[in-house]
Design a protein around this ligand. Structure first.
Ligand SMILES: Nc1ncnc2c1ncn2[C@@H]1O[C@H](COP(=O)(O)OP(=O)(O)OP(=O)(O)O)[C@@H](O)[C@H]1O
Length: 264
């Protein structure tokens, strides 16, 4: 098992925002966490990365490859983040460092966490850029000189270059047009599968999950209300929120004239 979240609760300012969440990601599995704005998706991913705001309290258990993360010290947690987890966030324009070139950006996690020779590092960066479909001509450019889709490709390359075992993608395509969104989702799915990593994909959009995730969990006001194979949730949603999210996804899909389905 890659990730086992058991009875996770998160409180902030004396208020409990996440209530007893259970969620599993098996090795090599792509799992979605879906819920409307304010349902607590970010609180769960931040708890997982130990990046909650000061004063937040976490209880329960988060096991990553068998290691308990709740209560782990900052130094050990920084090591876990750098070695085992890759993250891709919503807005690549702000998550990329504006003063680093594309090549420097992708090389940064290798510099921070691995002792590689300059040549090995450059080779790994070039191979990673190629695998996300960015040519050598873009390697010397800065994020501001790239399109949103190209920026997100750089972010994916940066997340995957250290070959992390778990990728956390938090609304990674929300800021992109629908064609670019599909390309980036397919790229992420392909690279995650190629690397053998597991994926936890956070979104409010079932259209996206149906393209990427085999299993999904539905979050409502800090609680998981439903979970299971994504296609089953789409075909036969049991909870009112799941039905609403599926309906919204069908409306979006019809709008875009697309039919989405993920390989199991
Ligand atoms: N720094 C904070 N201090 C206090 N409450 C917060 C803070 N950040 C978020 N919250 C509250 O925690 C709850 C969950 O928020 P969270 O950001 O996890 O939702 P989300 O599902 O990620 O939403 P979105 O899709 O809009 O990002 C909300 O009620 C929110 O108001």
């Amino acid at each position: 098992m890659s990730l086992q979240i058991h009875n996770l609760s998160v409180s902030l300012g004396g208020q409990e925002l996440v209530h007893g969440v259970n969620l599993d990601v098996r090795d090599g599995e792509r799992v979605g966490l879906i819920g409307p704005s304010g349902s607590g998706k970010s609180m769960i991913t931040k708890a997982l990365l130990a990046l909650l705001p000061p004063g937040a309290r976490t209880s329960g258990s988060i096991q990553l490859f068998g290691q308990e993360l709740v209560g782990l010290g900052e130094e050990a947690m920084a090591f876990v983040r750098g070695s085992y987890i890759g993250t891709v966030f919503q807005n690549p324009g702000s998550s990329l460092n504006p003063v680093l070139t594309v090549a420097q950006q992708v090389a940064l996690p290798l510099r921070l966490h691995y002792q590689l020779s300059r040549q090995d590092r450059d080779e790994r960066v070039a191979a990673m850029l190629e695998s996300v479909g960015l040519g050598a001509d873009l390697a010397r450019k800065y994020p501001s000189q790239l399109s949103g889709g190209q920026q997100q490709r750089v972010a994916i390359a940066t997340a995957l270059v250290t070959a992390p075992k778990l990728i956390i993608a938090d609304e990674p395509t929300t800021a992109l047009d629908s064609l670019t969104q599909r390309q980036i989702l397919d790229l992420l799915r392909r690279l995650v599968d190629l690397s053998g990593a597991s994926l936890l994909f956070v979104t409010h959009d079932f259209t996206v999950l149906s393209r990427v995730c085999q299993t999904s969990y539905v979050l409502e006001e800090g609680r998981i209300v439903e979970g299971g194979p994504t296609q089953s949730l789409l075909k036969d949603p049991q909870q009112s929120l799941t039905r609403q999210l599926v309906k919204a996804a069908h409306a979006l899909t019809l709008q875009a004239g697309e039919s989405e389905q993920v390989d199991q």
